[in-house]
Design a protein around this ligand. Structure first.
Ligand code: TTP
Length: 398
């Protein structure tokens, strides 16, 4: 049994986080989405083929020493069907196919019992997903794409079990309206010829497509951590709840850490810093004097040295915050924060701060309004109020 994980997509909806890394390498509770997936399946399969393309170097660097992992490069990024076809001349007779941008809790052992299977997840509002209709024996009888009137509340959860027949069927499919060769079109052909079992996932599942999905999944997995402190903790530090402080991290005097939180190796917190629940500080970050971080992911090498507040935000690598950089994360009217996703203004969640790419520098006293995105390599000049999205590589000075 082999596995195929689809990791080639551009992750447009998660820009700017996906400008320099593929979506599966975005960290959730301190490790990439793809690491969460591989941890779940590595004991079940012989080979794990990763279909890569966009920013593939990140994936190759991280997994190159894994004994079961092999990399295959998709020709063009033109659909999940095309991504699966990339493995045609490599993979064994039967295999799992998994989207590289989902996190889930269920074991996939049950999939191995069937020749053809699809994971389905029950949701309250299935309209924006691929809806799967099952018969009374749980065989798939129909797949509806983002239907106005869904026939069930089960959605395609992005985990499949196939044999090599799927390649023939993908080759028979037409190019879809959005110019892609879609795996689901091949599955629609498959259900006409074979029994395809719908396997209901009972545990947590999240299709990590938008920035607030990243923060939600981060919270879920942080709730599972157990305290493990091997870094240095100076005098008068208060630690509450479950907290991981890795070896090589230092918590300086008079800081407060409220778990669940993860502080990764090489990071320095304090003196007098306040780390609140659901925060992850990736490797070599610095959160200094009177800075407060809440429900946020701060990626590696980023520095927030003094008098700053970062809440419900995702901050990329190698950023540097000037003194008194502040993120707003809540509207006066308590309504969901609006975010631009692929050119559309969409409602997110009640609390959302800033979504920032890599290598951003802010001057002193910079403020961000809720839900704004800041592209990589920007400089934001002193005293700016950022109330709009900023493209990458821009110097904003008023
Ligand atoms: P999508 O959810 O369409 O992922 P995406 O990366 O294209 O994201 P966005 O919509 O934000 O642009 O695809 C599902 C999975 O398939 C995801 O893990 C990426 C992967 N994929 C490929 O490997 N190759 C492809 O050509 C495409 C379109 C997706």
């Amino acid at each position: 049994m082999d596995a195929l994980i689809l990791c080639a997509g551009k992750g447009e909806r998660l820009k700017p986080l996906t400008e320099n890394r593929p979506k599966p390498m975005i960290p959730i509770a301190g490790k990439p989405i793809l690491q969460h997936i591989i941890d779940k399946i590595e004991d079940l399969v012989d080979n794990i083929y990763l279909i890569v393309k966009h920013k593939k170097e990140n994936i190759i660097e991280h997994f190159k020493d894994h004994p079961k992992v092999k990399f295959l490069e998709q020709g063009k990024i033109d659909g999940t069907g095309e991504a699966v076809l990339t493995a045609k001349n490599h993979i064994g007779d039967e295999f799992l196919v998994i989207n590289g941008d989902i996190v889930f809790e269920d074991t996939l052992e049950q999939f191995l019992k069937y020749k053809y299977a699809i994971a389905v997840k029950e949701v309250s509002d299935p309209k924006n997903f691929g809806v799967v209709v099952l018969d009374d024996k749980n065989n798939v009888i129909e797949i509806q794409e983002k239907p106005e009137n869904p026939k069930s509340n089960l959605i395609n959860a992005g985990i499949y079990k196939f044999d090599r027949k799927i390649f023939e069927l993908i080759e028979k499919t037409e190019i879809s309206k959005r110019g892609e060769r879609e795996l689901t079109d091949a599955i629609k052909l498959l259900i006409k010829e074979e029994n395809v079992k719908g396997i209901k996932l009972n545990g947590y599942w999240n299709d990590v497509g938008r920035p607030w999905d990243v923060l939600e999944a981060n919270k879920y997995f942080l709730d599972k951590i157990k305290t493990y402190i091997s870094g240095k903790v100076e005098e008068n530090v208060i630690i509450k709840g479950n907290v991981i402080i890795e070896k090589g991290a230092v918590i300086k005097a008079n800081s407060v850490i409220e778990g669940p939180a993860i502080i990764k190796k090489g990071s320095i917190v304090g003196p007098l810093a306040y780390i609140r629940p659901y925060t992850v500080l990736m490797e070599n970050t610095f959160v200094g004097n009177s800075s407060e971080i809440k429900s946020s992911i701060i990626m590696k090498n980023t520095k927030i040295p003094h008098l700053s507040y970062v809440g419900d935000s995702i901050i990329g690598e190698n950023c540097n915050f000037g003194c008194n950089t502040i993120t707003a994360n809540l509207r006066f009217d308590d309504k969901p924060v609006k975010v631009n996703i692929k050119g559309k203004r969409v409602e997110s969640v009640r609390k959302l701060g800033v979504i920032m790419g890599d290598n951003v520098k802010t001057g002193i006293q910079v403020s961000f309004m809720p839900g704004v995105k800041v592209g990589s390599n920007c400089w934001i000049g002193a005293s700016c109020l950022i109330d709009r999205d900023i493209e990458s590589d821009v110097f904003v000075y008023k």
